[in-house]
Design a protein. Structure first.
Length: 181
């Protein structure tokens, strides 16, 4: 290869790279772009795109802080803050929608449906499905008000009870910290 042909190849490659950069520069608001506060309503939204609560919360597998969350609850109408409202998967038409927005936060918010055993559980038994179906086998003095199937533990003195209700979703935090570590 001569010096002139080498320069021509290098110039061609440089022009192709510049053309590619110019084409990429035209893209707006993709998932991999860094958004600045001046880019619009994706940053600095007043509220979560799914509203006040979510039962079917999903955390992004990306290892970033704060993490990204998306609510997969099926609703009749998406919240006003939702930018990507899509029809829920399944047999069409169903009239159900899901907000496809990812929202970066340290607190995705509360559940819409209360767990029947209360805010925490030490002995959760869950299926491996997504979302899991859980039961809490904690023996307590009194079942939570939301529990529909409260059963007394045989031969427990003083009397202890277990809530036998199932819950579709995460079991929640532990009531006591694990000191066996």
């Amino acid at each position: 290869m001569t010096m002139k042909s080498g320069m021509a190849v290098a110039t061609s490659i440089l022009l192709l790279l510049l053309a590619g950069l110019a084409a990429i520069h035209g893209e707006v608001d993709t998932a991999n772009n860094i958004r600045l506060p001046s880019d619009g309503k994706a940053v600095g939204r007043p509220g979560k795109p799914w509203g006040k609560c979510c039962d079917n919360i999903e955390m992004s597998p990306l290892r970033i802080f704060p993490p990204l969350y998306r609510c997969n609850d099926e609703v009749k109408q998406c919240d006003d803050e939702c930018m990507e409202c899509v029809e829920a998967p399944g047999d069409f038409p169903r009239g159900a929608f899901v907000c496809g927005d990812w929202y970066q936060t340290t607190d995705p918010g509360p559940l819409c449906t209360k767990r029947p055993w209360g805010k925490c559980c030490d002995m959760a038994i869950c299926t491996k499905s997504l979302p899991p179906i859980c039961r809490c086998m904690d023996k307590v003095k009194q079942c939570a008000a939301a529990c529909k199937k409260c059963k007394r533990v045989k031969s427990s003195e003083p009397p202890r009870y277990v809530c036998l209700d199932q819950f579709k979703g995460e079991p929640g935090p532990q009531c006591t910290s694990d000191t066996r570590n």
